[in-house]
Design a protein around this ligand. Structure first.
Ligand SMILES: *Cc1c(COP(=O)(O)O)cnc(C)c1O
Length: 386
């Protein structure tokens, strides 16, 4: 039944001749980092999102870190954070000395539950850290109402949510800042790289300063070469011109990338949605427009207990899968050992971590590979349920 010639990866970077030319052009010029290509990428990005100011960064991790450096979170502070995300979401809080306070997620979407956010807020809470899980926007009306009632800034991890919108507004433009990733597996890539999107020009300007050593004046503003002062604490979290040229070139294909991901997601849903004993993560909310990072299938009952077997079976049959994420954040050894882990508080995050299989929906998928993945998955599911 399985076709030995088939080998479908979970993701594959899509690099065109135009991308290559854009990078080579930088190498032929005088500016290799933090120059006109970064500015061009920032403008393209804001225009694509429909507003805000964009700040290029070295990664999404550094964009998140910059958000908390701007907020000056510190030991004694707490930040409420979704229990299901990439470790970067919580590491950016941890490095500032603030304490992450994890809350469980909704079983349908994998997103932060507003009522649990509200319960977790204390007088020490300084911010809210959410992630739009796999490109599915969080219920932002409820989350923003709670955050605003407690005067708390919201940092949106949008690493897998480029193109996702809540009630028509692009994610990252709802809270204080949105942080995006251009790691190869994401919607568009710059090899490595990130973007911080802020609706407030003051926040964007503050982040720009911290990103570049907090110099009091840029190269162009220095009347004496090499003479500057440092009027705040900053780091080097900048992006190179090579990365910016690649990212900016890729932005031109974003509408096509989003359309193909949506079509591929819809194809699987049609083929797999009716199968017994599984559920597919989705928002279930009319205001939510997903960016379809992957199609996440949660195996239930007997099959749920055999998830790792399923991953191996699919690998052996040439189907690339992934798991987002292998543990709820508070169950990762570092966080478990530091803060303790109460399994009863993170049941939904643990179910998704332990029982889900994520299927490839990227633009590398053609009709034959989609059909192959859906067919193999259907065969596998029957075997697991026997
Ligand atoms: C990939 C990812 C990150 C990390 O992005 P980098 O650019 O590799 O630092 C953070 N959060 C989420 C949700 C991610 O998927």
């Amino acid at each position: 039944m399985s076709d030995p010639a088939m080998n479908v990866p979970f993701g594959r970077p899509w690099i065109t001749d135009e991308d290559r030319r854009a990078v080579m052009e930088v190498l032929d010029g005088p500016v290799l980092t933090h120059g006109p290509k970064c500015h061009e990428f920032e403008h393209t990005f804001s225009a694509s999102c429909g507003g805000g100011e964009s700040v290029t960064t070295s990664s999404c991790t550094s964009a998140l870190h910059l958000a908390y450096m701007h907020l000056k979170t510190a030991p004694g502070d707490e930040v409420v954070v979704s229990a299901l995300s990439h470790v970067a979401t919580v590491n950016a809080i941890e490095i500032t000395g603030a304490k992450p306070v994890f809350v469980d997620v909704d079983p349908v979407s994998g997103n932060m539950v507003p009522a649990l956010l509200e319960q977790a807020i204390t007088p020490r809470t300084k911010a809210v850290a959410l992630v739009h899980n796999l490109g599915i926007p969080c219920p932002m009306d409820d989350i923003m109402a709670i955050a605003q009632a407690h005067d708390l800034p919201v940092v949106e991890d949008c690493a897998t949510a480029l193109g996702a919108r809540w009630d028509g507004t692009h994610v990252g433009l709802i809270g204080m800042a949105g942080c995006f990733s251009f790691y190869p597996a994401k919607h568009i890539t710059a090899a490595e790289g990130g973007m911080l999107l802020a609706k407030s020009p003051e926040v964007a300007e503050s982040i720009r300063r911290i990103r570049g050593f907090h110099y009091d004046r840029g190269l162009a503003e220095r009347s004496l070469p090499g003479i500057y002062d440092v009027n705040g604490f900053g780091m080097n979290f900048r992006m190179s011109e090579l990365q910016a040229a690649l990212g900016n070139s890729q932005m031109g294909r974003l509408p096509e990338i989003l359309q193909r991901r949506a079509d591929n997601f819809a194809y699987y849903r049609q083929r797999l949605g009716g199968l017994p004993g599984i559920r597919i993560l989705d928002s279930g909310h009319a205001k939510s427009q997903s960016s379809h990072y992957t199609l996440s299938v949660v195996l239930e009952g007997k099959a749920g207990a055999r998830r790792n077997e399923a991953l191996l079976w699919l690998k052996d049959h040439g189907v690339g899968t992934s798991v987002h994420y292998p543990h709820p954040l508070p169950r990762l050894a570092y966080y478990r050992e530091k803060y303790g882990y109460d399994a009863s508080r993170f049941v939904n995050a643990a179910t998704i971590a332990d029982q889900s299989v994520n299927l490839p929906v990227g633009p590398h998928m053609d009709e034959a590979s989609l059909d192959y993945v859906a067919t193999q998955f259907t065969i596998l599911l029957k075997e697991l349920q026997q």
